[in-house]
Design a protein around this ligand. Structure first.
Ligand code: SF4
Length: 409
């Protein structure tokens, strides 16, 4: 499937987090955060590798104590992606993380408040060329800002917090900055980011903080992040889910791919919602197919359709698809029937045809198939289904007649 660039981005300046560019014309990056103790080097590295495999471009680790900073010294050189150290209340942990070689810091202006501490960290980052994310969080705003805005978290207060931090940085001539103004309320964070994007051209890191467990946490994150991306706002994103962080990376990646903002890396599995005509357990087969494709690099749209009556037509734009017939699966490539397989081989066949298309191309897949025979077989099952189910399997026509009769029409 072609990537259609549907949303133009507001211009921002570009910074580098290790070897990943953020902002400007760089692809929007996906971030996630480890949930291991950072002092547990092997456990944390295993999670970082899993996150990278699931689509994370940048990973954040907590640096809350000296043991965590020591862990970072061992983790950073072995990590497949740049590491951001999340600094809590102690500015000394920021200095320790820099010594450990991290490629970025995240500072919460609500937590590290003393100007001289902030400037010390910024000076050190400036000298090392390491960027900082100013990570404003609606739940931990500076008390003075709460007071100023009537004890409430407002978009204005969040933007002001970020801009205050920028002033401290400017005082020491440091500007390698990206900014986030996250809140757990979607309308609040959307408004805060909109206002922020009006007053700065630094790259923005989007997220709905403490979004909660899936599926609602995914919905909240998607609502907030996608609304902003559609406005052209956002250079890097993170889903904050109460779940295995691998899900965060997957969701982030999936959102960008579905909006045409990143090239597809893994399968885009589409499936019909099933209906009375379905000849197989569409939900089960779709799930099995998702698991079978896993994180494999197969940048194709693959369709699982419940019946051969309507499936191939409805999914004709997919690169590859399968539709259930009379105990068999009908495979099609770009809407052209290519093979018939037993029902219990549907998922395996999808995977092997997908691999073939990735390696050799769709034309080669069509060339190796007996398309005339496959079409005849599909037509046979289609006719048989139409004969037994009729053309109105959901009985819409007879229901409409009943409705009309009841209405006296
Ligand atoms: S008509 Fe066939 S393809 Fe369409 S939803 Fe029903 S089972 Fe799926």
């Amino acid at each position: 499937m072609e990537v259609v660039a549907a949303f133009s981005r507001r211009p921002t300046r570009k910074i580098r987090v290790g070897d990943v560019e953020v902002g400007g014309d760089a692809p929007i990056s996906v971030q996630s955060m480890t949930v291991t103790k950072t002092a547990d080097v092997e456990g944390t590295l295993a999670q970082i590798y899993a996150l990278a495999a699931a689509g994370a471009d940048i990973v954040r680790c907590t640096c809350n104590e000296a043991a965590a900073a020591e862990g970072l010294a061992a983790i950073v050189p072995r990590s497949p992606v740049p590491i951001v150290a999340d600094i809590h209340n102690q500015y000394r942990m920021a200095l320790a993380a820099l010594e450990a070689g991290v490629q970025c810091l995240r500072l919460n202006p609500g937590n590290i408040r003393r100007a001289e501490h902030i400037k010390t960290v910024a000076r050190e980052c400036r000298d090392r060329g390491v960027p900082i994310r100013i990570g404003v969080n609606g739940g931990s705003l500076h008390p003075d800002l709460y007071a100023k805005y009537g004890g409430k978290v407002t978009p204005e207060a969040m933007v002001e917090s970020a801009m205050q931090e920028m002033e401290y940085f400017a005082a020491v001539d440091f500007d390698l900055v990206k900014i986030s103004v996250k809140a757990s309320s979607v309308p609040l964070m959307v408004e805060a980011y909109r206002r922020l994007s009006e007053v700065t051209d630094h790259p923005l890191h989007l997220g709905v903080t403490e979004a909660g467990p899936p599926p609602v946490g995914v919905v909240k994150s998607t609502a907030g992040i996608a609304a902003l991306l559609a406005d052209g706002i956002g250079d890097t994103i993170r889903y904050s889910l109460t779940a295995d962080p691998v899900e965060e990376a997957r969701m982030g990646r999936a959102l960008l791919e579905s909006m045409g903002l990143r090239e597809r890396k893994t399968v885009d599995l589409i499936a019909c919602p099933s209906c009375g005509r379905a000849e197989v357990d569409v939900f089960g087969i779709a799930q099995q197919a998702l698991e079978a494709f896993g994180e494999e690099e197969i940048p194709l749209q693959v369709a699982v359709m419940g019946c051969v009556v309507n499936g191939p037509g409805e999914a004709r734009d997919a690169d590859l698809g399968i539709a259930a017939g009379r105990g068999r699966g009908h495979l099609f490539v770009k809407g052209v029937n290519v093979a018939v397989v037993p029902e219990d081989e549907m998922v395996d066949s999808l995977v092997s045809w997908a691999r073939f298309i990735v390696a050799e191309g769709a034309e080669a897949a069509l060339a190796k198939a007996d398309t005339a025979r496959a079409r005849r077989e599909a037509e046979r099952d289609r006719s048989s289904l139409l004969l037994s189910q009729g053309s109105d399997v959901n009985e819409t026509g007879s229901k409409v007649n009943l409705v009309r009769r009841a209405a006296g029409a």
